[in-house]
Design a protein around this ligand. Sequence first.
Ligand SMILES: [Fe+2]
Ligand SMILES: [Fe+2]
Length: 245
Amino acid sequence: MAVIRILTQPLHRWVWGNAGRRAHKLLSFAETEADGGRDLARAAEMTPDPLLRRLFLFHANDELRHAELFRRRGAALLHTLSSPSRPYYRADWLAPGERGLDDLRVGEIRDDALLAFLHLSEKSAAMAFTSYRDVLRQDPLTRAVFEEVLRDEAFHMNYTLSQLSRVSPRRHRLLLWRARFGRLWKGYLRLAMALAGVMSGIVLTILYFTVLAPFALAAKRAERLESSGWSPVPPERNGRLDRQY
Ligand SMILES: [Fe+2]
Ligand SMILES: [Fe+2]
C-alpha cells in the first residue's frame, strides 16, 4: 500500500495543486459526505440492533460534520480566487471521496453486509485522505480539515470491523471478501463501460469519414448543380440524342 501511495503522489499533487480544482473537489466531497450521512441515518432507522442504531446515528452525525467542514473550506477557497472559477472536470476516479466510486443501497442489504461494505469504504477513504493530506503542505487550512476528518475515519473503520465480528462472528471474513469482490466487480464494470464509450467514439468517427463524408460531398455537389439551373446529361443518353438528330 505504501508503494501505491508513493506512485500516486504525483497525480494527487497535480489534482490538489490548483486552488480552483481544490475548491471544487472539496465541494464535491461535501456532497458525498452529506449523502453518506443520510444513508447512515436511514440505516439507523432500519436496524433492529440497538447498539448498531446508536453507532450508525453517531456515524451519520460525523459525516454531516465532515460535509460542513469540506463545504466551508471549499467555499472559502473559491472566494480567494482572483478570477471567477470555471467548472472543473470532476474526475472522481482520480481523487475519490468518502464512498469512493461505490453507491450504498441501504435497505437492500443486511446489517452484516452493510458493516462489511462500510468497513472497506472507510478504510479506503482513510487511505485516500491520508494521501491528499500529504500533498497539501502549501495549504495548511485544507490540510487541517483532512486531519480532523481522518481522526473520525479511523474510528469508523474500527467500529465497523468490531461490530461485524460481533453480529456475524462466523461469516465476517466471508462477508469482507464478498464486499471486496463486489467493489472489484463494480470497478471492472465501470472500466469496461468507459472503454466501450471510447471504442464506440472511435468507430463512429471512422464511419463518419469513410461512409458519411463521401455521401455528404456528393449531396453538396448535386445541390450546387441544381441551384445553377441545369443538370448533366448521362453519357448513354447523350449518345442516343446524337443518333436521333
Ligand atoms: Fe467522512
Ligand atoms: Fe467516514
